[in-house]
Write a protein that binds this ligand. Structure first.
Ligand SMILES: Nc1ncnc2c1ncn2[C@@H]1O[C@H](COP(=O)(O)OP(=O)(O)OP(=O)(O)O)[C@@H](O)[C@H]1O
Ligand SMILES: [Mg+2]
Length: 354
């Protein structure tokens, strides 16, 4: 959700026009505890709509026509993004800080991507096995786990299993993975195993989401080597603001040595408590520091994500119409949009070089 001030800044629409759209019943904002209209909040998914509608309105198009035109355009764009061919989207969620939402985001996004008829593979690289536990009943009763890939040179195809979430497959993890760091310490190949094995997957996936643990050991390095895109979830707290230095250094090193394709898709604010002044300040620091690298979609602190995961349902299936579900869909679309933009940029720079 965005505050009124943020909507005005992001879209350029004058305040009275924004309120007029709402008075006409075209938009709906959410009341906050503080009550006044100034403090209302607006859906992330409506920002683009408001921006486009305002462009038409400022060209003299009548309000309702402008809004309808903008709405149609946004619907067409969303449909195109949901159907976008994404045969090679491989995302790693990493941050050595614990509890920022890496696992939770992988889980709910997997459901959202699968809802758009994508085949989704999630790879659990965390010995805690939290992601696996949300997706399958018994993480100790599988025919193999990610540890077998690292320790026993298993065929990756043998480790992929269906889950309780339709359209989502899993390479599970459990405590067996805890020995990998010790047994493979100093083995350079360990960091690159996953990257290599991914290329031998027989049934291709549209989207691969990799959940890294809260450390910078072999698992996180392997996840960074295997990915095209890195998403760093952050909380608006002191440690998140100062704490990604080591991860940033690891990314630079991996890009230079073994995965030149790795891109930082962006920092993603999660568990945001917008009523807290201190969080607002850290949010501003993050935005000032990372600028375009911040995802526009921000996720609030709300119990719905935990509730949904507790009953093994991604939020888009647990509470389809909820604000939380909408924000995950908005994030999924922003990921696809950023991915497609970067692909285009890379293609045109490759052409320039040629
Ligand atoms: N937006 C949110 N609002 C409220 N709770 C959240 C939100 N996102 C995640 N959580 C909860 O926060 C807790 C930590 O989340 P999660 O396990 O996804 O973090 P993590 O970064 O994977 O942690 P770890 O580093 O230990 O692997 C979980 O209970 C999860 O349900
Ligand atoms: Mg986790």
């Amino acid at each position: 959700m965005k505050s009124t001030a943020e909507v005005l800044e992001l879209t350029g629409i004058p305040r009275e026009k924004l309120y007029y759209l709402e008075d006409c019943g075209l938009l709906k904002s959410k009341k906050t505890k503080r009550g006044s209209r100034e403090t209302r909040e607006w859906h992330d998914g409506d920002i683009d709509l408001i921006k486009r509608a305002w462009t038409y309105m400022s060209e003299g198009v009548r309000v309702k026509t402008a809004f309808e035109r903008a709405k149609k355009e946004v619907e067409q764009r969303n449909a195109a993004l949901d159907a976008a061919p994404s045969s090679s989207m491989i995302y790693t969620f990493a941050n050595q800080k614990g509890g920022v939402g890496k696992t939770s985001l992988c889980f709910h996004l997997a459901g959202a991507f699968a809802d758009t008829n994508k085949r989704v593979l999630v790879i659990d690289l965390d010995q805690q096995g939290n992601l696996s536990s949300a997706l399958i009943d018994d993480i100790y009763a599988t025919r193999g786990t990610i540890a077998d890939l690292f320790l026993h040179d298993a065929d990756i195809n043998d480790l992929i299993i269906p889950t309780k979430t339709d359209g989502v497959w899993l390479i599970p993890a459990n405590l067996d993975f805890s020995t990998v760091d010790m047994k493979m310490a100093g083995d350079k190949y360990a960091d690159e195993i996953l990257q290599q094995k991914l290329s031998s997957i027989i049934e291709p996936f549209d989207v691969i989401l990799i959940d890294a643990p809260p450390s910078l050991g072999i698992a996180t390095r392997a996840a960074l080597n295997a990915a095209h895109d890195l998403i760093i979830p952050v909380e608006c707290q002191k440690w998140s603001v100062i704490g990604t230095k080591h991860l940033d250094a690891a990314v630079t090193q991996i890009k230079a040595r073994s995965n030149p394709n790795l891109r930082l898709a962006g920092y993603l604010i999660n568990k945001y408590k917008s009523a807290r002044t201190v969080e607002q300040q850290y949010r501003e620091t993050l935005i000032r520091r990372h600028k375009e690298l911040m995802f526009k979609t921000e996720i609030k602190d709300t119990v719905a994500f935990t509730e949904a995961a507790a009953v093994s349902q991604p939020i888009t299936r647990y509470k389809k119409k909820s604000e939380e579900s909408q924000v995950i869909v908005a994030l999924m679309r922003e990921m696809t949009e950023r991915y497609l933009t970067r692909e285009q940029e890379q293609q045109s720079s490759a052409k320039r070089v040629a």
